[in-house]
Design a binder for this molecule. Structure first.
Ligand code: FAD
Ligand code: NAD
Length: 474
């Protein structure tokens, strides 16, 4: 057995690398074990988020938005571009370069923070030892006072539409299509389906999304989802709700889908099929039988409110545990656990985790939806403001959507803010700050917002809670 570490982190994704860096900052001796292999066959830190998730998807969303705007936005500004084309090698290559820059960045940060990095699969053994199996089958065992499990998640596979990496693809496949398909089918109108469906739709693919549930983005506030659904339809995304896939057969001319909706059995043939029906915690080979760490009915590692597994010195964070599968949720848990291990006061407020869907328009929210408050019987009041009345949004030719703020009817405390529109991925941040400080709609209404900015929509929505928005009738 080699050196003993203060902390071993299994998994070098957002949750794991934040835990490692924060623990190193606090003077602890850290090892990180990660098994991810990039598409170049080399080890890469950063997990799903940096390699095949948040960052590459945003790179392609931005590139495809530039292309889409040439035909759909620039003419309104009096600018026309003839024969715009996408060079796919550059399109995908730019994304790959960004991924490399950021995964290499984590590597550098580990060096700066004197974190020892191991490439291979980590398995927790009894007594806080970790066995590492390298790609060549070689084994070594490390010991630590604390182990943080941050093994993340993988896409859920449908038994009747198994991934083959070419015709039926997951998120990684949808980030690496080398030629725009004529048709793309997507199973699941969730975050991945909408973001990656948008990318290929903007480049000219005919995208059809089949969603099993009858409601569109059921987790979002209904008013916001309604606007988004209307806008996506205008962009050409064909979203079929209440559509249950029964069969997906790969044939010479594409993937043949059979699904049922309210009108009975339907069929559809698509060149490629992206299956994006959610992700599941990944714990294969992570735990020896006698560690005492438990999994719940969905295969997630069981933890308490401090991300502790109940086994002395064993913690778990990120997508592998309960809560939303978001990178920033993992960041906060990772840093909090590092602080708890070091005897400091870690903190994660699960009530103010922001959600963002990076479509056009963007969708963002934090806190409770109106439906949730109704169900919980909480008295509330609502203010809203449309981007159509925001000078900056109109000047940008992006005057779509609204900000909706919900406050407690008696205390005026902000309970939720829901947005669809331009730049709302950034606007949600000030609402999260207000909510974290237990701010009221009046607090927000009294804060000076620069003119002309998109943030005025937040200000006006706050004024509107008290029926005193200036630029609309209340
Ligand atoms: P992961 O990022 O999954 O990392 C886990 C790491 O552990 C991996 O490298 C894995 O190989 C490694 N590992 C697993 N088991 C072992 C083992 N036994 N030994 C060694 N290593 C192991 N979230 C957002 O907040 N914003 C977004 O915009 C966003 N976009 C996304 C887009 C897509 C297409 C996808 C798929 C996800 C997106 N997410 C986004 C979700 C985000 O990627 C995840 O929430 C986040 O990566 C979870 O972090 P994690 O560290 O828990 O796990
Ligand atoms: P998701 O949970 O967002 O959406 C999955 C959708 O598929 C749901 O609407 C669900 O009803 C539907 N579905 C499930 N089974 C189905 C079936 N058999 N047929 C048709 N529809 C079905 O999951 P996702 O889009 O795969 O993304 C996974 C996770 O990754 C998300 O939970 C999210 O946390 C994270 N993510 C976040 C971002 C972001 O923050 N912008 C972006 C991408 C992914």
């Amino acid at each position: 057995m080699s050196d003993k570490f203060d902390v071993i982190v299994i998994g070098g994704g957002p949750a794991g690398y934040h835990a490692a860096i924060r623990a190193a900052q606090l003077g602890l001796k850290i090892a990180v074990i990660d098994a991810f292999v990039g598409k170049d066959g080399k080890a890469a830190l950063g997990g799903t988020c940096l390699n095949v998730g948040c960052i590459p998807s945003k790179a392609l969303l931005d590139s495809s938005k530039q292309f889409y705007n040439i035909a759909h936005n620039l003419p309104t500004h009096g600018i026309t571009v003839e024969n715009a084309k996408v060079d796919m090698a550059t399109f995908i290559g730019r994304k790959d370069k960004i991924v490399k820059q950021f995964t290499g960045g984590v590597d550098q940060l580990f060096k700066v923070n004197k974190i020892t990095s191991f490439f291979g699969t980590g398995k927790l053994l009894k007594g806080n030892q970790v066995e590492i199996t390298g790609n060549d089958g070689s084994k070594q065992t490390l010991a630590a006072t604390n182990v943080i499990l941050a093994s993340g998640s993988v896409p859920i596979e449908l038994p009747f539409a198994k991934f083959d990496g070419k015709n039926i693809i997951d998120n990684a496949g949808a980030l690496d299509i080398d030629k725009v398909p004529k048709t793309l089918g997507v199973i699941g109108a969730g975050v991945i389906g909408l973001e990656l469906g948008s990318v290929w739709n903007r480049l000219g693919a005919k995208v059809t999304i089949l969603e099993a549930l009858p409601d569109f983005i059921g987790t979002a506030d209904a008013d916001i989802a309604k606007v988004a659904q209307r806008e996506f339809k205008k962009q050409g995304l064909d979203i079929k709700l209440g559509a249950k896939l029964g069969k997906a057969e790969i044939k010479k001319d594409g993937v043949h889908l059979t699904y049922t909706d309210k009108d009975g059995e339907q069929s559809l043939v698509v060149e490629k099929l992206l299956v994006a029906v959610g992700r599941r915690a990944y714990t294969a080979g992570l735990l020896a039988d006698d560690t005492g760490v438990k999994l719940d009915e969905r295969g997630r590692i069981v933890v308490d409110e401090h991300c502790h597994t109940g086994v002395d010195g064993v913690w778990a964070v990120g997508d592998a545990v309960r809560g939303p599968m978001l990178a920033h949720k993992g960041f906060e848990e990772g840093m909090a656990v590092a602080e708890w291990i070091a005897g400091k006061a870690g903190h994660v407020n699960y009530d103010t985790i922001p959600w963002v869907i990076y479509t056009e328009p963007e969708i963002a929210w934090a806190g409770k939806t109106e439906q949730q408050l109704k169900d919980e019987g909480v008295p509330y009041k609502v203010g809203s403001f449309p981007f159509a009345a925001i000078g900056r949004a109109v000047a940008m030719n992006e005057a779509i959507g609204q900000v909706k703020m919900i406050a407690h009817a008696e205390t005026d405390r902000i309970l939720g803010v829901h947005m669809v529109g331009p730049g709302v991925s950034e606007l949600i941040a000030e609402c999260v700050v207000a909510m974290e400080f237990k701010g009221s709609a009046e607090d927000m209404a009294r804060i000076i917002h620069a003119h002309p900015t998109l943030s005025e929509a937040v200000h006006e929505a706050a004024l509107s809670v008290d029926k005193r928005a200036i630029h609309k009738g209340n």
